[in-house]
Design a protein around this ligand. Structure first.
Ligand SMILES: [Fe+2]
Ligand SMILES: [Fe+2]
Length: 476
């Protein structure tokens, strides 16, 4: 039988698959959100630094100490996380105040874009070995607030005076993100393991164990005819199944008892039919015996001699039964022989003898139509009971083991009874004479093995003969 997975295994497997997919989806969603949050935080920090630079420079300007701005810028650059920092002047500022420091000129494409659009620019470099974020914010001339740019700059309001270009190291942010994600992953796995373990335990206790118990108890209930106790189950469902099994079992047991009873009746009926058939066959043999003026009880004795020989020969019980039941019909063919031949008191002529010998084939013809083993065996015996071991018998002149064992057995039983019983035309032979004659026919008329069996068990044959005597007195 192929070993199939248990309910517990399948459930845990599906659950783990489901939880894995759920964890992956959760991780992806969280990772995206966390990245967006981190990006926004670093951008804000960069904006704050840039605003700080812008405000500081404005303050320098108002205090008329712009020539000392290097000191301030260098201090800002020392702040943690700042990788690069520069201020780029606009053409208007260069025109009014000169080119300034070397790094305050030469805007790249991104800075030029900020000059044109007046919108901050962000560039993320998060996938590098040392991740960074670059922010460029415009410094727009305004009259509003305390910083009145136009009081110093000779430009119209809204003109971009310059940009602050700052690059921040975000390694810490990135590592922090990775630690958070790894932590979440570990936590998810732990959570999944706990759910799987708990589910497995629940299914094991509430389904697997009661189911196995139910199977064992059901087998026991069927074989030992004892009910399955619903009290041993924790859950209502299993208790209900136990009750149903009990009802079902009671029904089956009742049916089995009924079937056994019917079977017993059938066996009795069958036995009666078989006995009736045997009695009918035996009666047919007796009828033939009467018509042929055979000595009284000839049929009975031949039947018992045949049974004795078959048993001693070692035939199977079925074959012993067959030859015993079929032997009464060995001479049934005589019913087809005309009275003038069959009942002729004197010696038969050769022609009459020929007619008489036909009884073997006639008997076979009478019985050969049947497909039943018993009548087929009777037909075989009728055909072969006058065959002789040396091939000199009739009607087919069969030899040795060409003659069926049943035919050989009945041949010896029939002849023994003929010799050892008194008939109208002859006295019964003395047992010694019978024994001598049969011994002489060992390998001649009769099967040598059967002759040996006969000689070894002579007493039993004689007992049968005495028990079922012929009506005429006989010598013994
Ligand atoms: Fe015969
Ligand atoms: Fe006979």
């Amino acid at each position: 039988m192929i070993k199939k997975p248990s309910i517990e295994t399948i459930t845990v497997k599906y659950l783990v698959n489901f939880l894995l997919i759920l964890a992956v989806i959760l991780l992806i969603v969280t990772a995206f959100n966390f990245r967006a949050l981190s990006k926004s935080a670093t951008e804000n920090q960069a904006m704050v630094y840039a605003e700080l630079v812008r405000a500081g420079l404005t303050a320098h300007m108002k205090a008329n100490i712009m020539h000392k701005r290097d000191y301030y810028m260098n201090e800002i650059k020392q702040l943690q996380k700042i990788k690069k920092l520069r201020v780029i002047r606009s053409d208007e500022v260069i025109k009014q105040f000169g080119r300034g420091r070397e790094d305050e000129q030469g805007a790249d494409a991104f800075a030029k874009q900020v000059f044109e659009t007046r919108q901050p620019f962000f560039e993320s470099k998060e996938w590098r070995l040392q991740p960074a974020i670059r922010v460029i914010i415009p410094y727009i001339a305004s009259r509003e607030g305390t910083l009145d740019c136009l009081s110093c700059h000779k430009v119209t309001e809204g003109v971009v005076l310059g940009v602050v270009d700052i690059e921040l190291d975000v390694t810490e942010y990135r590592n922090h993100s990775l630690y958070v994600l790894a932590g979440m992953l570990l936590l998810s796995l732990l959570f999944m393991m706990l759910i799987a373990l708990n589910t497995s335990r629940t299914i094991h206790n509430l389904v697997q164990v009661p189911l196995e118990t139910l199977i064992d108890r059901t087998k026991e209930a069927y074989h030992k005819h004892i009910p399955v106790s619903p009290e041993q189950f924790m859950t209502e469902e299993f208790a209900n199944v136990a009750n149903e099994i009990n009802l079902f079992n009671t029904d089956i047991i009742a049916h089995q008892d009924l079937l056994k009873e019917k079977n017993r009746e059938l066996l009795v009926l069958n036995s009666e039919i078989e006995n009736t058939l045997r009695e009918t066959i035996y009666t047919m043999g007796v009828i033939e015996e009467q018509r042929s003026n055979e000595t009284h009880n000839h049929t009975k004795r031949v039947t018992l001699y045949s049974q004795l020989l078959a048993e001693k020969m070692g035939l199977s019980k079925d074959d012993v039964d067959l030859v015993t039941a079929a032997s009464p019909l060995h001479d049934i063919g005589k019913l087809g022989i005309p009275d003038k031949v069959l009942l002729k008191p004197g010696q038969l002529t050769n022609e009459e003898h020929q007619v008489m010998q036909n009884h073997a084939r006639i008997g076979f013809t009478m019985l050969s139509h049947s497909s039943r083993d018993l009548l087929k065996a009777a037909g075989l015996i009728a055909l072969q009971h006058h065959e002789k071991w040396d091939g000199s018998g009739y009607p087919q002149g069969l030899k040795g083991e060409q003659i069926h064992a049943f035919g050989r057995i009945v041949a010896l039983a029939d002849v023994f009874d003929a010799l050892y019983s008194e008939r109208i035309y002859k006295k019964a032979w003395h047992i010694d004479k019978v024994v001598n004659w049969i011994s002489e026919q060992r390998g001649g008329h009769f099967d040598p093995t059967l002759v040996d069996i006969f000689l070894e068990n002579m007493d039993e044959f004689v007992v049968i003969n005495k028990h079922y005597p012929s009506a005429l007195s006989k010598l013994s």
